[in-house]
Design a protein around this ligand. Sequence first.
Ligand code: PEP
Ligand code: MN
Length: 654
Amino acid sequence: MIVVLNRDISIHDKEMVRIYLRDRGFSVREQSFGDDTILGATGKAVIDLRELGLLPGVGRVASTSKPYELASRETHEEDTIVTVAATPSLPGVKIGGSRISVIAGPCAVESKEQIRETAARVRESGAVMLRGGAFKPRTSPYAFQGLGMEGLEYMKLAGEENGMPIVTEVVSPELAVQMKDLTDMFQIGARNMQNFELLKKVGSLGKPVLLKRGPSATIEEWLLSAEYLLAAGTQDVVLCERGIRTFETYTRNTLDISAIPVVKGLSHLPVIVDPSHAVGIRDKVSQAALAAVAAGADGLTVEVHPRPDTALSDGPQSLYPEQFEKLMRDIEALAPVVGKELLRTPRPHHGLPAGGTGSTPALLSSSAGIAELPVAYSGESGAYAEQALMRIFGEEAERLQVSGFSAVFDAVLEGSASAGVIPVENSLAGSVHENYDLFLRYPDIAIVGELKLRIVHCLIADSRADIESIRIIRSHPQAFAQCRDFLDKHPGWILEPCNNTAAAVASIVQEGAIKVAAIAGEAAARAQGLAVLREGIETNPLNYTRFVVISRRENGGRALAPPSLGSDKPNKASLVFSVPDEPGSLFACLSIMSQRGINLSKLESRPIQGKPWEYLFYVDVSIPPGEGIFDQVVAELKTKTRDFHFLGTYRASR
Ligand code: PEP
Ligand code: MN
């Protein structure tokens, strides 16, 4: 049974609830998840749950239908986000929520040089944590057993050098205590999943734990092992599917893909996948990794070795660094399809950053300065722009909600927001001209980042409503157009346009209407407490909106990118210009770019208001690698164009 306490319960009332339960023979464990405090009570007594629910400070009582309580989604509906290696000044690395976090490194730490080299290579490709075994539980007693504490010291050094927290396997309760200050996260290996004394000890140390599934463990046994860790005191448990033993012998184990959605339904804990131990064959690991992402995994742990053929353990399943680089690119392309974002340690700093300075990885750098101010977006809670903002800046980012896109520009210009997030283009509907116009009106605002968000529209209404009772549909006209096929099936519905999709949801909440539904994202329904009647009602599932991060130019020059955008060198620029009304004028501009091998990812013309038959061109281009080449291109373009607006340089989102 679980007792969810009100957030403002007094210490006295909490104690009274404990006493009530203990007096009736229950053993009670307290656990907090985010802002919620939960008492998990186990015992045989049958009590009237209504009576318990009436005690002061008790929010909700539920008898869990599962043998595990703290790990169950019944106790905690929201996804748990585990943070590794956070300090008061560093945000740490997050696992869970809408991100994909990739851990990589060798099977075993073999030498100081080997772990440092591997760390640098996987970090270069964007891995956010370093893995490696110092104590190796090997099937054969004659196989390499690991370098022990010395190996852990090397790993800590390699992690620090590359700004990556480390995760390593712990094999005994005594070693857990010794290793505590050297590792950022403990790994419980598959063979030890049911070593309950180890689970109790490791859980009590308060560090995040990666719990691998035993090769022959059922999902329920696995979650009960997670329950041991949670009951012992840690809140930060990440589950790891690493293949189970089946009759199939071709692969080392059989990756249980279906366990991912199943466990995510049963538990609030993040689930990551180890495709290396699951498959055991290097050339098949990446496919399994991508399948795991498609199935909803929150991350991966992948074995990578600079020279797998010489590896002291698991060489045949370790990826070459080049294979890992390719895998990371493929994950980045796949992530938006499943509504996620690949969390990346920014690449080491090779040149001028988008605005920030220094080479500290942004994920681990302190978010001092401009990032302390909120980030502005236009719309109600749960708007697509807010989702984009949280993908870029994290779920906890302070947000400033304003009404209208020009208010976002104003907030950034006046300094009440450090940055803003606005849509500039939809893959089906085209450019958001209003925002392009605003860039021209606000020359001191520049683009410093971008993100592509997959748009999945839902039909949203009061939980008492059903689809038959709906008479009126509200949304932004764009969303109506994008859901044409679905709406055509209900010709009797009256369509009422709203300023934005989340505002449509808000209007239903305000009126308490039950015959009205809104078309908006699932996040808007969740944020505003309404129900999703239908999910994915857009006609074309390949529906993406490109959002950009805007920031203020310092002294009319370069705009500062908030540190959380990373210090990667920009590789994309956005320009707006018009050309003289004479033959070949646009061609002259395009040839300046083609001669330098610059790729155009966007070229759109738009009539200039008030000047019939004159056009503005919106141009997105790649920035060539050579130092100074792009500046030269811009200087030449200025001589061939009329109105030239440089909207900003930033890192392209795939
Ligand atoms: C490992 O990750 O190094 C390992 C030994 O994996 P498992 O416990 O899943 O076999
Ligand atoms: Mn291994």
